[in-house]
Design a protein around this ligand. Structure first.
Ligand code: NAD
Length: 484
């Protein structure tokens, strides 16, 4: 592990503002050293049989299971996620590690018949080299697992630059990988800030793959800065996810789904429902029930059992969320509840609901990344789908309806990488692709089989056992008869 930097930074508890631990603020020179170690380790790691690499991930999954209580508890303190959700975050890493461990015995390619006799053809997945993984703070164990477990099983080594708000969880994650038997050097961690350590990793010539999860703005920068080396860049960016509630919906179920999707993790999920597009026939009922539900949610210390809403990550986040409350009011939206920080210690904000929002208002277009949702009234299914699609992001969407025709049309027409029917916008499972259309990403997917495409190159192999020169497209094709 590289711990050479002289400068340091602190990881804070967002509930109390207390310092959790001090970390080295890695520089470009530290990144250089980390990449050199990972590059050297790659020469051996790529030759380790994939099932053996998978076995390490199985052991890692078992260790995560054993340490789930302490990791979850640490997450409540370093990131502020409430207990049950912190457990879910770790569980996602456990599931992903088992799933990707199993890939060690699959990593399927294709075999296909040749057009020539006595010739064999197949495609195989090859590791790429050193992967630079840059992660956000909001899923501090799950997201490193989404990136590192497929990267490793495919035979790559990794330099991880976790978010500066959750370095201790990332450190624990890497320590457990080594405890599970990962050979020395295969994963390196550098800490610190995006513009320093992150940027150095993005530009490093010996890092051919960058896998990045974070904001759209940073994703654009990463793409530009990786362009000179023509790196493979995998981006998972923001969302402005909408739940549609139709006139035939089970409104109580929809309200439950909205409360969970809009205010879970204090709205700091890339799949958070920050828009609710509601048919006017159920608009009044939904408003009433949603506000009652939001005002009942228990705000408190995330490590206490009955807390439903914990803090947001830091002071900057509180200020950003509040600035959107002011923007919403100035745009003419109606503030139904919330709209203020919770006085006292820590970075808490009340669940906030705006009504009478127009789909083009800034609060309905821009990612707020806090416990704020905007109700947009509509008169028809078509209008609802149009409103849902009228944002630049395309991560997750949902519709509550009992009409199977509308459900299938929504599956077809909603421009998002994930669509839920009669559930909120969150709740992905590890064995289906995860990611977004439009400006939520750049066409890649995390999780499922799709993740393997980020971390491998295809190689097509032709084996000719005929003992003679055979030319495809020539020797096996009848030549046209000439007239002369
Ligand atoms: P962020 O973009 O501020 O930071 C993400 C990471 O990038 C951090 O590790 C940061 O240090 C690093 N970074 C910052 N500037 C950099 C630079 N110039 N070069 C290289 N690295 C740099 O995002 P955040 O606030 O940590 O996370 C919240 C964002 O992440 C939201 O937009 C959310 O929607 C998104 N997110 C997306 C997904 C997804 O799968 N689509 C999942 C979780 C979060």
């Amino acid at each position: 592990m590289v711990r050479m930097a002289a400068a340091t930074f602190e990881s804070l508890n967002p509930s109390t503002g207390e310092v959790i631990e001090t970390f080295p603020r890695s520089t470009a020179a530290d990144v250089d050293r980390a990449v050199a170690i990972a590059r050297a380790a790659w020469e051996e790691w790529r030759l380790v049989p994939a099932p053996e690499r998978g076995n390490i991930l199985f052991r890692f999954a078992q260790l995560l299971e054993q340490r789930k209580p302490e990791l979850s508890d640490l997450m409540t303190r370093e990131m502020g996620k409430v207990k049950a959700e912190a457990g879910g975050d770790v569980q996602e890493a456990i599931d992903m590690s088992y799933y990707m461990g199993g890939e060690g015995r699959r990593l399927f390619g294709h075999t296909t018949p040749s057009e020539l006799r006595d010739k064999f053809m197949m495609s195989v997945r090859m590791p790429v080299g050193v992967v630079g993984a840059i992660t956000p703070w909001n899923f501090p164990i799950a997201i490193p697992a989404w990136k590192l477990t497929p990267a490793l099983v495919c035979g790559n080594t990794v330099v991880l630059k976790p978010a500066e708000d959750t370095p201790l969880l990332a450190q624990r994650f890497v320590e457990l990988l080594y405890e599970a038997g990962l050979p020395e050097g295969v994963v390196q961690i550098v800490h610190g800030f995006g513009e320093e350590a992150g940027d150095a990793l993005v530009r490093h010539p010996d890092v051919p793959v960058i896998t990045f999860t974070g904001s759209r703005e940073t994703g654009v920068l990463v793409t530009k800065n990786a362009a000179d080396e023509l790196k493979h860049v995998h981006l998972e960016l923001g969302g402005k996810n909408g739940i549609i509630v139709m006139d035939d919906a089970d409104v109580d179920l929809a309200v439950e789904g909205i409360l969970w999707s809009a205010f879970g993790t204090a709205g700091q999920r890339c799949t958070a429902a920050s828009r609710v597009i509601v048919h006017r026939a159920v608009y009044e009922e939904l408003q009433r029930k949603l506000v009652a539900g939001a005002e009942k949610m228990r705000i408190g210390a995330p490590w206490e059992d009955d807390t439903q809403i914990g803090p947001v990550i830091n002071e900057t986040a509180v200020e950003k969320i509040h600035s959107y409350t002011e923007i919403g009011k100035s745009e003419g939206a109606k503030l139904l509840t919330g709209g203020e920080r919770v006085e006292g210690h820590g970075f808490y904000y009340r669940p906030t609901v705006f009504a009478d929002v127009d789909a083009q208002m800034r609060i309905a277009q821009e990612e707020i990344f806090g416990p704020t949702t905007a109700l947009i009234p509509v008169d028809s299914f078509e209008e609802a789908v149009y409103a849902a699609n009228s944002v630049k992001y395309g991560l997750s969407s949902s519709i509550f309806t009992r009409d199977v025709n509308k459900a299938f049309k929504a599956m077809r027409d909603l421009q998002t990488g994930i669509t839920y029917i009669n559930a909120g916008t969150t709740g992905a499972e590890v064995h289906l692709p995860f990611g977004g259309m439009k400006q939520t990403g750049n066409g890649h997917r995390e999780a499922g089989q799709a993740a393997l495409d980020v971390f491998t190159e295809w190689k097509s192999v032709y084996v000719d056992y005929s003992g003679k020169l055979q030319r495809a497209q020539i020797d096996n094709v009848e030549q046209p008869v000439s007239d002369t």
